[in-house]
Design a protein around this ligand. Structure first.
Ligand code: ZN
Ligand code: ZN
Length: 555
């Protein structure tokens, strides 16, 4: 071992925000440094970004080092951990390591982009090991809100790091094994330089709770309902899906899956050997032959997504699912912060139509997939890390997680944000030593654009201010030879449309007369003058200053 070897951790996404996780590890010296990427996720855009659905971390820093990137290791199949893979991989072309269920969902993403990934995608057994010299990565089965969540024990020649990924302690996860406590204790006994750990629920006391408890509660709730039941939850939570199958069977009902991702996840889970002992779901189109007392629907759209199945059902526009007074809708999911408005609108709409709404606000119908304080305490006690680096949280979560680590007597907690380069070795105390470039890319149609992209700025401008277009036709002597053509969108002139157009025509003619247009520079000046005066006039008339485009045609 050369004496100047260094072990580095660098988050490019997911530290300072919940979403778009992307983490890097590096080992080596100035002559040779090898990199690993752990997770490559997305975040979903909100209404402040018109036309944008997906955001992912700017991978520029690692693209520069792609020849030394040994592979991408995926902890689990949530979108905030895998969602960007098919967007970024074509620039990296490295190996991908995932457990079977995650691998099935990854393959679909590449298939959609018509990329053949088989030669690069390496399937890892649960609790399996991947050797990527100088790293040895051991997958450690944990519990979470999806199948096959893995912590990663990353061994290097100078010591071990545990990257927890997303996890909680679920004593009865219903599908899959419980937390591999034995392995975590072994790792702890051998010594852990640093634990990179989930911070999502650090403010929550007690435990995250178990899927079994949710199952028992849901069964009680559902057995009291006599009419149609519609359950909505995250499709990716296969244990929850199995619970709804179980409750349907035990309340003498049939089950029907509604929504594309519900079918997709059901298929992927079956393909990997899960959900083998559940009743067969009924195609939603065939449910019309079943009375409303005898059916449970499980559908997507638990966050009130406008195009989600739940919203379409509530709006009575779903082609296959109808709803009547006294039916029940169960939101077996978290009300994700930021989605309250959309969701409460949906709840209100249902209640107004005589539908009973059951959610985590009035019944026990959901548990989180992330560790509460008592779960964290267990993990700390098993692993006994020298340093804790909180990730998977907003700044407030990560600061609180630092306090928690200090309370737990962890010698060297390190607070990071995206781009921080943490030196874990050498030195007794891991610390931030440098800053890598980091940022976000927005998926705009088929193109990924930067945060200050012109396309998004223009759309925001158009959305807020409206649009005016003026076309003037000019002869070779520089005189207007026709009335200017005016068109506009999104301006509040409902009742005075004609007058509005006449006034702009007059203004354009008046300004145009003052220019002689002998050369290109004067044309440019006229266009600029028209832009300014039209916007001023419209501001006076309507209070709006529209995005304005002037076309000058010479004939
Ligand atoms: Zn997750
Ligand atoms: Zn996550």
């Amino acid at each position: 071992m050369k004496k100047n070897n260094q072990l580095i951790f660098c988050p490019l996404g997911g530290s300072g925000e919940i979403g778009m996780n992307m983490n890097l590890f590096a080992f080596g010296n100035d002559d040779a440094q090898k990199w690993l990427m752990v997770d490559i996720g997305v975040t979903f855009a909100d209404d402040t970004l018109p036309g944008i659905d997906l955001i992912y971390p700017d991978p520029g820093f690692i693209l520069d080092k792609k020849d030394d990137l040994l592979g991408i290791i995926l902890t689990h199949a949530h979108e905030d951990h895998i969602g960007a893979i098919a967007h970024i991989w074509p620039q990296l072309k490295c190996k991908i390591f995932a457990t079977p269920f995650t691998a099935v969902l990854i393959k679909e993403k590449f298939k959609e982009k018509k990329i053949e990934i088989s030669n690069y995608l390496k399937i890892v057994d649960l609790n399996g090991t991947v050797k990527l010299d100088p790293f040895v990565v051991e997958f450690v089965t944990l519990t979470h809100s999806i199948l096959e969540p893995n912590g990663l024990c990353i061994k290097t020649p100078v010591g071990t790091v545990l990257h927890t990924g997303d996890w909680k302690c679920d004593p009865n996860p219903l599908i899959g094994n419980t937390v591999n406590e034995k392995k975590l204790k072994e790792i702890g006994e051998q010594g852990v330089l640093a634990m990179i750990c989930d911070s999502t629920n650090v403010f929550s006391p007690g435990r995250a709770g178990s899927e079994l408890d949710v199952r028992e509660s849901l069964l009680k709730i559902m057995s009291k309902k006599s009419k149609r039941i519609i359950v909505t939850s995250f499709a990716s939570n296969v244990a929850r899906m199995e619970t709804i199958f179980y409750c349907a069977k035990n309340t003498g009902r049939q089950i029907s899956l509604v929504g594309r991702s519900m079918h997709r996840i059901y298929k992927a889970a079956r393909q990997c050997g899960y959900l083998k002992n559940v009743i067969d779901p009924v195609d939603p189109r065939d449910v019309k032959n079943i009375s409303r007392e005898k059916i449970v629907y499980l559908c997507t759209g638990s966050q009130g997504e406008p195009m989600g199945a739940m919203m379409r059902i509530a709006n009575y526009v779903h082609p296959d699912v109808i709803m009547e007074e006294n039916d029940t809708v169960i939101f077996s999911s978290k009300i994700i912060p930021g989605n309250e408005k959309k969701l409460y609108k949906l709840h209100n709409q249902l209640v107004k139509n005589g539908i009973e709404v059951v959610s985590e606000e009035n019944e026990f119908v959901h548990v989180s997939g992330h560790p509460n304080q008592e779960d964290l305490r267990d993990m700390y006690n098993w692993v006994k890390p020298k340093s804790v680096i909180p990730v998977h949280g907003e700044h407030r979560h990560m600061a609180e997680h630092i306090n928690f680590a200090k309370e737990m007597q962890v010698p060297y907690p390190v607070q990071v944000e995206n781009g921080d380069i943490v030196q874990i070795f050498p030195g007794n105390e891991p610390k931030v030593i440098d800053k890598a470039p980091s940022g976000k890319l927005y998926v705009d149609g088929n193109i990924s654009v930067g945060e200050d992209s012109q396309s998004i700025r223009e759309r925001k401008n158009l959305a807020n201010n409206g649009y005016l277009e003026v076309t003037i036709v000019i002869n070779n002597k520089g005189k207007l030879i026709k009335k200017p053509i005016i068109s506009y969108k999104g301006l509040p002139v409902e009742n005075e449309k004609d007058e509005f157009v006449y006034d702009i025509e007059d203004e354009v003619e008046k300004i145009s007369k003052t220019f002689s247009l002998n050369n290109a520079k004067q044309e440019k000046n006229l266009i600029e003058a028209l832009k300014i005066s039209c916007r001023k006039l419209i501001k006076e008339k309507t209070g709006k200053k529209p995005y304005t485009n002037i076309n000058l045609v010479r004939i």
